[in-house]
Design a protein around this ligand. Sequence first.
Ligand SMILES: NC(=O)c1ccc[n+]([C@@H]2O[C@H](COP(=O)([O-])OP(=O)(O)OC[C@H]3O[C@@H](n4cnc5c(N)ncnc54)[C@H](O)[C@@H]3O)[C@@H](O)[C@H]2O)c1
Ligand SMILES: [Zn+2]
Length: 372
Amino acid sequence: MSSDHDVVVPVALAGRAYDILIGEGLIARAGAIVAERIGTRRAAIVTDANVGPLYLETLARSLAEAGIEAVPVTVAPGEGSKSFAVLQDVVDALLAARLERGDIVVALGGGVVGDLAGFAAGIVRRGMRFVQVPTSLLAQVDSSVGGKTGINTRHGKNLVGVFHQPALVLSDTAALDSLPRREFAAGYAEVVKYGLIDRPDFFDWLERHRDEIFAGGEARLSAVAESCRCKAAVVERDEFETGDRALLNLGHTFGHALEAATGYDPARLVHGEAVAIGLVMAHRFSARMNLASHDDAGRVEAHLRAAGLPVSPAAIPGLPGADGLMEFIAQDKKVSRGALTFILTRGIGRAFVARDVPGSAVRSFLEESSAP
Ligand SMILES: NC(=O)c1ccc[n+]([C@@H]2O[C@H](COP(=O)([O-])OP(=O)(O)OC[C@H]3O[C@@H](n4cnc5c(N)ncnc54)[C@H](O)[C@@H]3O)[C@@H](O)[C@H]2O)c1
Ligand SMILES: [Zn+2]
Protein backbone atom coordinates (compact mmCIF):
# COMPACT_ATOMS: atom_id res chain seq x y z
CA MET A 1 0.00 0.00 0.00
CA SER A 2 1.19 3.49 -0.63
CA SER A 3 0.77 5.63 2.45
CA ASP A 4 -0.68 9.11 2.87
CA HIS A 5 2.81 10.37 3.53
CA ASP A 6 4.20 9.23 0.18
CA VAL A 7 4.76 12.02 -2.30
CA VAL A 8 3.87 11.32 -5.94
CA VAL A 9 5.77 13.11 -8.68
CA PRO A 10 4.26 12.41 -12.11
CA VAL A 11 6.55 12.31 -15.13
CA ALA A 12 4.36 13.34 -18.06
CA LEU A 13 5.86 11.82 -21.20
CA ALA A 14 3.44 11.07 -24.01
CA GLY A 15 2.88 7.32 -24.16
CA ARG A 16 5.45 6.66 -21.45
CA ALA A 17 4.07 8.57 -18.46
CA TYR A 18 4.89 7.16 -15.03
CA ASP A 19 4.97 8.13 -11.37
CA ILE A 20 7.82 8.54 -8.93
CA LEU A 21 6.71 7.62 -5.40
CA ILE A 22 8.84 9.01 -2.60
CA GLY A 23 8.35 7.89 0.98
CA GLU A 24 9.85 6.29 4.07
CA GLY A 25 9.78 2.51 4.17
CA LEU A 26 8.66 2.09 0.55
CA ILE A 27 10.89 -0.96 0.01
CA ALA A 28 8.90 -2.95 2.58
CA ARG A 29 5.64 -1.78 0.97
CA ALA A 30 6.73 -2.22 -2.65
CA GLY A 31 4.87 -5.48 -3.37
CA ALA A 32 1.33 -4.16 -3.04
CA ILE A 33 2.19 -1.01 -4.98
CA VAL A 34 3.82 -2.91 -7.85
CA ALA A 35 0.96 -5.44 -7.95
CA GLU A 36 -1.62 -2.65 -8.08
CA ARG A 37 0.17 -0.44 -10.59
CA ILE A 38 2.06 -2.88 -12.81
CA GLY A 39 0.32 -6.20 -12.30
CA THR A 40 2.82 -8.96 -12.96
CA ARG A 41 3.58 -12.32 -11.38
CA ARG A 42 7.29 -12.55 -12.07
CA ALA A 43 10.26 -10.27 -11.65
CA ALA A 44 14.02 -10.11 -11.43
CA ILE A 45 15.66 -7.90 -8.83
CA VAL A 46 19.06 -6.62 -9.95
CA THR A 47 21.17 -5.29 -7.09
CA ASP A 48 24.80 -4.98 -5.98
CA ALA A 49 26.71 -6.74 -3.22
CA ASN A 50 26.50 -3.71 -0.88
CA VAL A 51 22.80 -3.03 -1.24
CA GLY A 52 21.61 -6.65 -1.58
CA PRO A 53 22.45 -7.71 1.99
CA LEU A 54 20.65 -4.60 3.32
CA TYR A 55 17.38 -4.52 1.34
CA LEU A 56 17.00 -7.49 -1.02
CA GLU A 57 15.22 -9.75 1.46
CA THR A 58 12.76 -7.03 2.51
CA LEU A 59 11.93 -6.23 -1.12
CA ALA A 60 11.64 -9.88 -2.21
CA ARG A 61 9.38 -10.68 0.76
CA SER A 62 7.13 -7.72 0.03
CA LEU A 63 6.83 -8.78 -3.63
CA ALA A 64 6.16 -12.40 -2.60
CA GLU A 65 3.36 -11.30 -0.25
CA ALA A 66 1.77 -9.61 -3.26
CA GLY A 67 2.06 -12.79 -5.32
CA ILE A 68 5.13 -11.72 -7.32
CA GLU A 69 7.97 -14.25 -7.50
CA ALA A 70 11.36 -12.54 -7.82
CA VAL A 71 14.70 -13.91 -9.01
CA PRO A 72 17.71 -12.07 -7.52
CA VAL A 73 20.65 -11.01 -9.72
CA THR A 74 23.59 -9.56 -7.78
CA VAL A 75 26.52 -7.73 -9.38
CA ALA A 76 29.72 -6.35 -7.88
CA PRO A 77 29.42 -2.81 -6.48
CA GLY A 78 31.04 0.08 -8.33
CA GLU A 79 31.34 1.68 -11.73
CA GLY A 80 33.19 -1.39 -13.09
CA SER A 81 29.85 -3.20 -13.31
CA LYS A 82 28.68 -0.83 -16.06
CA SER A 83 30.51 -3.03 -18.59
CA PHE A 84 29.66 -5.30 -21.53
CA ALA A 85 30.78 -8.31 -19.47
CA VAL A 86 28.44 -7.61 -16.56
CA LEU A 87 25.62 -6.58 -18.92
CA GLN A 88 25.95 -10.00 -20.55
CA ASP A 89 25.72 -11.70 -17.14
CA VAL A 90 22.57 -9.75 -16.29
CA VAL A 91 20.96 -10.42 -19.69
CA ASP A 92 21.80 -14.13 -19.36
CA ALA A 93 20.28 -14.23 -15.88
CA LEU A 94 17.06 -12.58 -17.09
CA LEU A 95 16.76 -15.09 -19.95
CA ALA A 96 17.69 -18.06 -17.74
CA ALA A 97 14.88 -17.02 -15.38
CA ARG A 98 12.55 -17.28 -18.40
CA LEU A 99 11.16 -13.83 -17.84
CA GLU A 100 8.65 -12.74 -20.46
CA ARG A 101 8.22 -9.34 -22.01
CA GLY A 102 5.43 -8.41 -19.60
CA ASP A 103 7.43 -9.37 -16.52
CA ILE A 104 9.50 -6.75 -14.76
CA VAL A 105 13.11 -5.96 -14.03
CA VAL A 106 13.55 -4.19 -10.70
CA ALA A 107 16.74 -2.16 -10.17
CA LEU A 108 17.54 -2.04 -6.44
CA GLY A 109 20.60 0.12 -5.82
CA GLY A 110 22.47 3.25 -6.80
CA GLY A 111 22.96 4.75 -10.23
CA VAL A 112 25.25 1.94 -11.35
CA VAL A 113 22.58 -0.72 -10.82
CA GLY A 114 19.88 1.55 -12.29
CA ASP A 115 21.85 2.29 -15.48
CA LEU A 116 22.89 -1.36 -15.94
CA ALA A 117 19.57 -3.02 -15.12
CA GLY A 118 17.67 -0.37 -17.07
CA PHE A 119 19.80 -1.04 -20.15
CA ALA A 120 19.34 -4.81 -19.78
CA ALA A 121 15.57 -4.28 -19.45
CA GLY A 122 15.66 -2.05 -22.53
CA ILE A 123 17.21 -4.68 -24.78
CA VAL A 124 16.03 -8.09 -23.49
CA ARG A 125 13.09 -9.26 -25.62
CA ARG A 126 13.23 -5.80 -27.26
CA GLY A 127 12.22 -4.09 -24.06
CA MET A 128 10.93 -5.35 -20.72
CA ARG A 129 9.09 -3.28 -18.17
CA PHE A 130 11.35 -1.84 -15.57
CA VAL A 131 10.93 -0.50 -12.02
CA GLN A 132 13.56 1.65 -10.33
CA VAL A 133 14.09 1.32 -6.56
CA PRO A 134 16.96 3.79 -6.14
CA THR A 135 18.88 3.56 -2.86
CA SER A 136 21.54 6.29 -3.18
CA LEU A 137 20.70 9.99 -2.96
CA LEU A 138 22.22 10.51 -6.41
CA ALA A 139 20.01 7.79 -7.86
CA GLN A 140 16.87 9.12 -6.14
CA VAL A 141 17.33 12.70 -7.35
CA ASP A 142 19.05 12.16 -10.67
CA SER A 143 19.80 8.85 -12.36
CA SER A 144 16.41 7.18 -11.74
CA VAL A 145 14.59 10.11 -13.37
CA GLY A 146 14.58 10.60 -17.11
CA GLY A 147 15.11 7.20 -18.69
CA LYS A 148 18.78 7.31 -19.64
CA THR A 149 20.39 3.88 -19.22
CA GLY A 150 23.72 2.47 -20.30
CA ILE A 151 27.23 1.24 -19.67
CA ASN A 152 30.80 2.47 -20.09
CA THR A 153 33.29 1.43 -22.77
CA ARG A 154 37.01 1.94 -23.14
CA HIS A 155 36.16 4.99 -25.25
CA GLY A 156 34.43 6.73 -22.39
CA LYS A 157 31.57 6.71 -19.89
CA ASN A 158 27.91 6.11 -20.77
CA LEU A 159 28.64 5.78 -24.49
CA VAL A 160 26.45 2.71 -25.06
CA GLY A 161 22.85 2.62 -23.92
CA VAL A 162 19.22 3.36 -24.67
CA PHE A 163 16.52 5.73 -23.54
CA HIS A 164 14.19 3.40 -21.63
CA GLN A 165 11.73 4.98 -19.22
CA PRO A 166 10.79 2.99 -16.11
CA ALA A 167 7.16 2.05 -15.50
CA LEU A 168 7.46 3.18 -11.87
CA VAL A 169 10.07 4.60 -9.49
CA LEU A 170 9.93 3.85 -5.75
CA SER A 171 12.30 6.04 -3.74
CA ASP A 172 12.56 4.93 -0.12
CA THR A 173 14.19 7.87 1.65
CA ALA A 174 14.79 5.79 4.80
CA ALA A 175 17.14 3.56 2.77
CA LEU A 176 19.50 6.53 2.61
CA ASP A 177 20.23 6.04 6.34
CA SER A 178 22.74 3.32 5.45
CA LEU A 179 24.42 5.32 2.68
CA PRO A 180 27.97 6.41 3.60
CA ARG A 181 28.03 10.14 4.44
CA ARG A 182 30.46 10.87 1.65
CA GLU A 183 28.05 9.33 -0.90
CA PHE A 184 25.15 11.27 0.60
CA ALA A 185 27.06 14.54 0.27
CA ALA A 186 27.96 13.68 -3.33
CA GLY A 187 24.28 13.19 -4.20
CA TYR A 188 23.50 16.44 -2.41
CA ALA A 189 25.61 18.35 -4.96
CA GLU A 190 23.04 17.33 -7.61
CA VAL A 191 20.19 18.55 -5.35
CA VAL A 192 21.90 21.93 -5.06
CA LYS A 193 22.36 21.94 -8.86
CA TYR A 194 18.57 22.02 -9.40
CA GLY A 195 18.25 25.15 -7.28
CA LEU A 196 21.08 26.76 -9.19
CA ILE A 197 19.64 25.94 -12.64
CA ASP A 198 16.29 27.70 -12.35
CA ARG A 199 14.89 27.47 -8.83
CA PRO A 200 16.42 30.22 -6.67
CA ASP A 201 13.59 29.67 -4.13
CA PHE A 202 14.67 26.02 -3.77
CA PHE A 203 18.29 27.09 -3.25
CA ASP A 204 17.15 29.50 -0.49
CA TRP A 205 15.22 26.65 1.13
CA LEU A 206 18.26 24.36 0.94
CA GLU A 207 20.36 27.01 2.66
CA ARG A 208 17.91 26.95 5.57
CA HIS A 209 17.37 23.19 5.77
CA ARG A 210 20.67 21.54 4.87
CA ASP A 211 21.34 19.90 8.23
CA GLU A 212 17.79 18.53 8.47
CA ILE A 213 18.08 17.04 4.97
CA PHE A 214 21.26 15.23 6.01
CA ALA A 215 19.58 14.05 9.23
CA GLY A 216 16.59 12.46 7.44
CA GLY A 217 12.82 12.65 7.91
CA GLU A 218 10.46 15.21 6.38
CA ALA A 219 13.10 17.66 5.08
CA ARG A 220 14.99 14.92 3.27
CA LEU A 221 11.79 13.63 1.70
CA SER A 222 10.89 17.15 0.53
CA ALA A 223 14.36 17.70 -0.93
CA VAL A 224 14.19 14.43 -2.91
CA ALA A 225 10.65 15.19 -4.14
CA GLU A 226 11.49 18.74 -5.22
CA SER A 227 14.62 17.53 -7.02
CA CYS A 228 12.56 14.94 -8.91
CA ARG A 229 10.05 17.65 -9.89
CA CYS A 230 12.90 19.82 -11.16
CA LYS A 231 14.46 17.06 -13.24
CA ALA A 232 11.10 15.78 -14.49
CA ALA A 233 10.21 19.29 -15.69
CA VAL A 234 13.41 19.50 -17.74
CA VAL A 235 13.00 15.96 -19.13
CA GLU A 236 9.37 16.66 -20.07
CA ARG A 237 10.51 19.66 -22.10
CA ASP A 238 13.33 17.79 -23.84
CA GLU A 239 13.32 14.00 -23.37
CA PHE A 240 16.05 13.26 -25.91
CA GLU A 241 18.40 16.14 -25.09
CA THR A 242 18.15 18.27 -28.17
CA GLY A 243 18.07 21.53 -26.20
CA ASP A 244 17.12 22.41 -22.63
CA ARG A 245 18.10 19.08 -21.09
CA ALA A 246 21.70 20.29 -21.43
CA LEU A 247 21.02 22.64 -18.48
CA LEU A 248 21.28 19.53 -16.27
CA ASN A 249 24.99 19.62 -17.11
CA LEU A 250 25.52 22.74 -15.01
CA GLY A 251 28.85 22.21 -13.21
CA HIS A 252 29.51 19.07 -15.24
CA THR A 253 31.93 20.35 -17.88
CA PHE A 254 34.49 21.33 -15.25
CA GLY A 255 33.40 18.34 -13.15
CA HIS A 256 33.94 15.78 -15.90
CA ALA A 257 37.41 17.20 -16.61
CA LEU A 258 38.32 16.79 -12.93
CA GLU A 259 36.98 13.22 -12.86
CA ALA A 260 38.95 12.34 -15.98
CA ALA A 261 42.07 14.01 -14.58
CA THR A 262 41.84 11.85 -11.44
CA GLY A 263 41.43 8.69 -13.56
CA TYR A 264 37.86 8.16 -12.26
CA ASP A 265 39.39 6.91 -9.03
CA PRO A 266 36.60 7.12 -6.43
CA ALA A 267 39.17 7.14 -3.64
CA ARG A 268 40.30 10.54 -4.98
CA LEU A 269 37.06 12.01 -6.24
CA VAL A 270 33.49 10.76 -6.70
CA HIS A 271 31.14 12.21 -9.32
CA GLY A 272 29.12 14.42 -6.97
CA GLU A 273 32.28 15.89 -5.47
CA ALA A 274 33.48 16.77 -8.96
CA VAL A 275 30.07 18.37 -9.58
CA ALA A 276 30.37 20.42 -6.37
CA ILE A 277 33.70 21.85 -7.51
CA GLY A 278 32.30 22.27 -11.03
CA LEU A 279 29.27 24.23 -9.75
CA VAL A 280 31.51 26.67 -7.91
CA MET A 281 33.77 26.96 -10.97
CA ALA A 282 30.80 27.59 -13.29
CA HIS A 283 29.68 30.45 -11.02
CA ARG A 284 33.19 31.87 -10.63
CA PHE A 285 33.79 31.65 -14.37
CA SER A 286 30.43 33.35 -15.08
CA ALA A 287 31.44 36.12 -12.68
CA ARG A 288 34.76 36.48 -14.43
CA MET A 289 32.89 36.82 -17.74
CA ASN A 290 30.88 39.65 -16.10
CA LEU A 291 27.67 37.65 -16.35
CA ALA A 292 27.09 37.09 -12.64
CA SER A 293 28.37 38.41 -9.31
CA HIS A 294 31.17 36.99 -7.20
CA ASP A 295 28.77 37.28 -4.23
CA ASP A 296 26.54 34.60 -5.78
CA ALA A 297 29.57 32.40 -6.43
CA GLY A 298 30.55 32.90 -2.78
CA ARG A 299 27.08 31.83 -1.62
CA VAL A 300 27.26 28.63 -3.68
CA GLU A 301 30.75 27.89 -2.41
CA ALA A 302 29.82 28.46 1.25
CA HIS A 303 26.77 26.21 0.99
CA LEU A 304 28.58 23.29 -0.62
CA ARG A 305 31.56 23.60 1.73
CA ALA A 306 29.24 23.51 4.76
CA ALA A 307 27.79 20.26 3.34
CA GLY A 308 31.27 18.75 3.57
CA LEU A 309 31.97 18.90 -0.17
CA PRO A 310 35.20 20.02 -1.86
CA VAL A 311 34.78 23.39 -3.60
CA SER A 312 38.05 24.01 -5.42
CA PRO A 313 40.44 22.06 -7.67
CA ALA A 314 43.08 22.92 -5.07
CA ALA A 315 41.38 20.33 -2.80
CA ILE A 316 42.55 17.54 -5.13
CA PRO A 317 46.24 16.68 -4.84
CA GLY A 318 48.19 15.89 -8.01
CA LEU A 319 45.89 17.52 -10.58
CA PRO A 320 47.40 18.57 -13.92
CA GLY A 321 47.72 22.30 -14.64
CA ALA A 322 45.51 24.45 -16.86
CA ASP A 323 46.78 22.89 -20.12
CA GLY A 324 46.15 19.36 -18.88
CA LEU A 325 42.62 20.22 -17.72
CA MET A 326 41.93 22.01 -21.02
CA GLU A 327 42.72 18.78 -22.86
CA PHE A 328 40.18 16.88 -20.77
CA ILE A 329 37.58 19.58 -21.44
CA ALA A 330 38.26 19.36 -25.18
CA GLN A 331 37.84 15.55 -25.03
CA ASP A 332 34.52 15.91 -23.22
CA LYS A 333 33.14 18.42 -25.73
CA LYS A 334 32.99 19.05 -29.39
CA VAL A 335 35.20 22.10 -29.80
CA SER A 336 34.09 24.00 -32.88
CA ARG A 337 36.48 26.68 -34.12
CA GLY A 338 38.00 27.25 -30.68
CA ALA A 339 34.60 27.84 -29.08
CA LEU A 340 32.97 25.65 -26.42
CA THR A 341 29.40 25.09 -25.28
CA PHE A 342 29.12 25.67 -21.55
CA ILE A 343 26.32 26.02 -19.04
CA LEU A 344 26.89 29.45 -17.55
CA THR A 345 24.77 31.56 -15.22
CA ARG A 346 23.54 35.10 -14.68
CA GLY A 347 23.20 34.40 -10.96
CA ILE A 348 21.64 31.88 -8.60
CA GLY A 349 18.81 30.05 -10.41
CA ARG A 350 19.57 31.73 -13.75
CA ALA A 351 21.63 29.17 -15.70
CA PHE A 352 21.68 29.18 -19.50
CA VAL A 353 23.31 27.35 -22.40
CA ALA A 354 26.21 29.44 -23.76
CA ARG A 355 27.17 28.18 -27.20
CA ASP A 356 30.34 30.08 -28.03
CA VAL A 357 32.56 30.39 -25.02
CA PRO A 358 36.11 31.17 -26.17
CA GLY A 359 38.53 28.38 -25.24
CA SER A 360 41.13 31.04 -24.40
CA ALA A 361 38.86 32.49 -21.66
CA VAL A 362 38.37 29.04 -20.14
CA ARG A 363 42.10 28.41 -20.24
CA SER A 364 43.05 31.61 -18.42
CA PHE A 365 40.32 30.97 -15.84
CA LEU A 366 41.76 27.49 -15.21
CA GLU A 367 45.21 29.02 -14.82
CA GLU A 368 43.90 31.34 -12.08
CA SER A 369 41.89 28.55 -10.40
CA SER A 370 44.79 26.16 -10.18
CA ALA A 371 47.24 28.87 -9.03
CA PRO A 372 48.04 28.52 -5.31
N1 LIG B 1 21.00 7.64 -16.05
C1 LIG B 1 21.23 8.89 -15.69
O1 LIG B 1 20.53 9.82 -16.08
C2 LIG B 1 22.36 9.15 -14.73
C3 LIG B 1 22.47 10.42 -14.13
C4 LIG B 1 23.48 10.61 -13.20
C5 LIG B 1 24.37 9.58 -12.91
N2 LIG B 1 24.24 8.38 -13.53
C6 LIG B 1 25.15 7.27 -13.23
O2 LIG B 1 24.97 6.91 -11.87
C7 LIG B 1 26.16 6.29 -11.39
C8 LIG B 1 26.47 6.84 -10.03
O3 LIG B 1 25.42 6.53 -9.16
P1 LIG B 1 25.67 6.39 -7.58
O4 LIG B 1 26.38 7.57 -7.09
O5 LIG B 1 24.41 5.99 -6.97
O6 LIG B 1 26.76 5.21 -7.54
P2 LIG B 1 26.67 3.68 -7.09
O7 LIG B 1 25.52 3.01 -7.70
O8 LIG B 1 28.02 3.13 -7.33
O9 LIG B 1 26.41 3.81 -5.52
C9 LIG B 1 27.39 4.39 -4.70
C10 LIG B 1 27.84 3.40 -3.60
O10 LIG B 1 26.84 3.37 -2.59
C11 LIG B 1 26.41 2.03 -2.37
N3 LIG B 1 25.03 2.13 -1.95
C12 LIG B 1 23.96 2.50 -2.72
N4 LIG B 1 22.87 2.60 -1.96
C13 LIG B 1 23.23 2.33 -0.69
C14 LIG B 1 22.55 2.29 0.56
N5 LIG B 1 21.26 2.62 0.65
N6 LIG B 1 23.25 1.93 1.66
C15 LIG B 1 24.57 1.63 1.57
N7 LIG B 1 25.27 1.67 0.44
C16 LIG B 1 24.61 2.00 -0.68
C17 LIG B 1 26.69 1.32 -3.66
O11 LIG B 1 26.85 -0.08 -3.46
C18 LIG B 1 28.00 1.98 -4.09
O12 LIG B 1 29.08 1.41 -3.42
C19 LIG B 1 27.23 6.57 -12.44
O13 LIG B 1 27.49 5.40 -13.16
C20 LIG B 1 26.59 7.62 -13.34
O14 LIG B 1 27.05 7.53 -14.67
C21 LIG B 1 23.26 8.15 -14.43
ZN1 LIG C 1 25.86 14.49 -12.30
